[in-house]
Design a binder for this molecule. Structure first.
Ligand code: ADP
Ligand code: ZN
Ligand code: ZN
Length: 735
């Protein structure tokens, strides 16, 4: 009889458990390798965690594994330990957490084989007399000739990617040349060469002092916050410290917000370090992201430059983690496994005893509070190394103004002046589409989404009404569906209408619109940004996508059209967010050799926050907001946990949460917490489901954890079904 042991596996399921299978004694047992496992009527991929000689269950009933998928583990010990911490801290299902640390490409049952790249070269001349063959190709097969010409001037040979740049349909051409024995390929195993050594800009005094302060701390855990105004040269500091790591044979993870990964940054990293970096973001295919992950893992790339999930990239010699724009909301994952990449990154750095660098012109209140608690080092940068500091914010009082497509006359005066002065102008309007409200004047009917508690937005170019939450769309009604009146009106301005209006008003100036509707691909974005790069006068309009991350020296005016709504938001985060957005938008201007201006249209110039934006620095505003939060007992001086439920009926969602609340009530100290709900969520109906929430708030972190710990074993058992599911959100972003 074959001897066997019992192995525990993580399976990607939203269940708070791991699964046991039998495994042959002859199997090499390596944690982090994947197996195909029988599961229900089919099979699933599972990641091996631990092996034991005994099982609590009836050994005969435990199924054997089917097959090992990987020769080497896909997840190393360190990432498994990090996932374990995440699962315990965020109370997320362990299997889900572990699988989301893998590139999506490996989450199924595909075997992992380290990727290698082919490299083609011309065969040696003495073997095939290719010197004579190639010129002959020019006439008979120009495309083959073209490839050969490129190979002739590339002594190291070329890869598929490089062929593709020469000829999109390279494959048959290369195959034909192989068949003729003119070229051949080999695996490209050579590690990337040492970083190139370009000429470096001289650091400003501010920058130099910071590099000097951090460098001695590079071999130990510490959180360093670069709190520097927009354009103060934070990126330059990252690059210097990366260089320090590479010189010590270490690798670096460099995270940027989803839309921050512009070609500008990529070009800058390439100019400094050559090709020894990998890129990963949501615009790439699963396979491309897997390639990036694998190159970093094999140390073929020393830098992983990517968005949120790149945090889970593995490597042997991680030396530092960088989080640029650390305040950015896109670092929080809000669906599936909920976590905050900044906080997990800090944990990862601590586990590895390496430094982590956070940078922002508008640091999160969490990070500022951490500096005050002396757990983070804070470095201030108050000047731009270029000629001009960021412009102060100038309020344009539009209480008595007439508007043309959202802009007041005084705003046009500013735009006119800058365009005449050959400047580029950025206009920020965080609302895409043509108009956000469509209604009947006769009876008051408004176009509403069928699936959500939300209005439909008019998208004129598509002749459609669209829901921005669920994607539902319908044609424009000819007449009012309620009363039959034949005049339907729209109100409010979106970027589509703004673009149309500005095009009419400035027929000789290019108007570049950047929002999700026009930027289907990164290529489209790239071509628009290249126009900005030329420095010619133009108007850039767009949503959040244009608010941050870029550095175009010809922009001399930033205009914010509609900021007022956020002044009256119910969210306690609204003031922080508005301040950050406005300062980021305004900080795009004046980066070159001309001073910039920044204007904000408002109907509420007397509002305390508007006044503060005009008069005070971010730090002063942040300190005031922090004082307010402390007084109110809100984060970062309190922790928030939200149980959420969505269901086919509101009653079902509420009742799931009542069940959970009843379990919490049994814990000894529940009464000391503040709890709100269960109650319907802000947008109660979304994508056809009713949503409710139960919110817990405590200024004492340990109290909240102890209540949760006590109730958790019972809460885990509360069923979460498609009819009515529930999830938990630790350190929830909003209430
Ligand atoms: P941040 O990351 O703080 O927004 P960047 O590092 O992008 O700032 O710097 C803003 C601009 O200043 C860039 O165009 C950059 O090339 C330039 N810059 C940064 N450091 C220096 C320096 N020491 N000398 C000259 N120019 C610099
Ligand atoms: Zn009507
Ligand atoms: Zn909808």
């Amino acid at each position: 009889m074959p001897q066997h042991r019992f192995a525990s596996f993580a399976i990607a399921l939203p269940l708070y458990r791991i699964f046991e299978y039998r495994i042959d004694d002859s199997e090499p047992v390596i944690a982090g390798t994947r197996y195909r496992l029988p599961f229900g009527p089919g099979t699933r991929s599972g990641i091996l965690l631990e092996v034991s000689d005994r099982s609590e269950f009836d050994a005969e009933k435990i199924k054997p594994v089917e097959e090992r998928l990987d020769v080497e583990p896909v997840l190393g010990e360190h990432i498994l330990a990090l996932a374990k911490w995440m699962s315990e801290y965020y109370l997320q299902p362990p299997g889900d957490v572990i699988f989301q640390c893998l590139p999506a490409y490996l989450r199924g049952v595909r075997a992992y084989q380290p990727l290698r790249v082919k490299r083609w070269q011309l065969v040696a001349p003495e073997k095939g007399q290719i010197d004579a063959v190639i010129p002959a190709l020019e006439r008979t097969s120009p495309r083959q000739f073209e490839i050969c010409q490129a190979l002739l001037s590339a002594s190291a040979g070329l890869t598929a990617l490089e062929f593709k740049a020469i000829n999109a349909n390279w494959h048959p051409v290369v195959k034909a040349l192989e068949a003729k024995k003119i070229i051949h390929w080999d695996w490209d195993d050579k590690p990337m060469g040492p970083p190139v050594a370009p000429e470096l800009p001289r650091l400003s005094e501010e920058q130099d002092a910071i590099v000097q302060a951090i460098e001695p701390l590079m071999r130990q855990f510490a959180v360093h916050l670069l709190d520097g105004i927009t354009g103060s040269g934070k990126t330059e500091i990252y690059l210097r410290l990366i260089q320090n790591c590479l010189a010590h044979g270490q690798q670096v993870i460099y995270l940027v917000p989803e839309i921050g990964l512009t070609n500008q940054l990529i070009d800058r990293v390439r100019a400094r370090f050559g090709e020894c970096f990998a890129i990963s973001h949501s615009g790439l295919t699963e396979y491309q992201r897997y390639q990036a992950w694998d190159r970093f893992r094999r140390a073929e790339a020393s830098i992983m430059l990517g968005t949120r999930s790149s945090l889970f990239s593995q490597c042997e010699h991680l030396g530092m983690i960088i989080i640029d724009e650390e305040h950015d909301h896109s670092y929080r994952q809000e669906d599936g496994v909920r976590y905050h990449a900044r906080d997990v990154a800090i944990k990862r750095a601590q586990m590895l005893d390496i430094p982590i660098l956070l940078g922002s012109a508008t640091p999160s209140l969490e990070s500022i509070a951490n500096c005050e608690r002396d757990t983070f080092f804070r470095y201030r940068m108050d000047h731009r190394p270029t000629r001009f500091d960021p412009p102060p914010i100038d309020l344009i009082d539009v209480r008595d103004s007439r508007f043309d497509f959202g802009c007041a006359a005084k705003t046009f005066e500013r735009i006119d002046a800058h365009l005449q002065n050959s400047g580029q102008v950025l206009v920020y309007l965080n609302r895409r589409g043509f108009a956000p409200i469509v209604m009947c004047h006769e009876c008051g009917w408004q176009a509403q989404c069928r699936n959500c508690d939300a209005r439909l937005t008019l998208h004129q170019s598509q002749h459609a009404l669209l829901c921005h939450h669920c994607g539902y769309n319908q044609g424009l009604p000819e007449s009012c569906p309620e009363c039959g009146h034949d005049e339907i009106k729209h109100y409010g301005i979106g970027t589509e209408q703004l673009e149309q209006g500005l095009n009419q008003r400035y027929p000789n100036t290019p108007v570049l619109r950047v929002d999700r509707d026009v930027i289907a691909s990164r290529e489209a974005l790239k071509s628009r940004l290249e126009q900005l790069q030329t420095g010619e006068p133009c108007i850039l309009i767009g949503t959040q996508m244009i608010a941050k991350g870029h550095d175009y020296p010809a922009i001399t005016l930033s205009v914010v059209l509609d900021a007022d709504q956020a002044l009256f938001s119910a969210s306690y985060r609204a003031s922080e967010r508005l301040t950050q957005t406005l300062l980021q938008v305004c900080g795009r201007s004046g980066r070159g050799d001309r001073a910039g201006e920044a204007v904000v249209q408002t109907r509420f110039p007397e509002h305390p926050l508007m006044q503060a934006l005009q008069r005070r620095s971010y730090r002063e505003i942040a300190d005031e907001l922090l004082a307010e939060r402390r007084l109110l007992g809100f984060p970062p001086f309190a922790r928030v946990v939200i149980f959420r439920s969505d269901a086919q009926e509101l009653e079902q969602a509420l009742s799931r949460l009542e069940t959970i609340k009843a379990l919490l009530l049994q814990s000894t100290r529940y009464k000391e917490l503040a709890s709100i709900g269960p109650m319907p969520a802000l947008m109660t109906r979304r994508i056809g489901r009713y949503r409710a929430q139960l919110c817990l708030l405590a200024t004492d972190h340990r109290l909240l954890r102890s209540v949760l710990a006590e109730a958790w074993p019972a809460i885990q058992e509360v069923p979460s079904t498609p009819r009515a599911n529930w999830t938990i959100d630790i350190d929830a972003y909003d209430l």
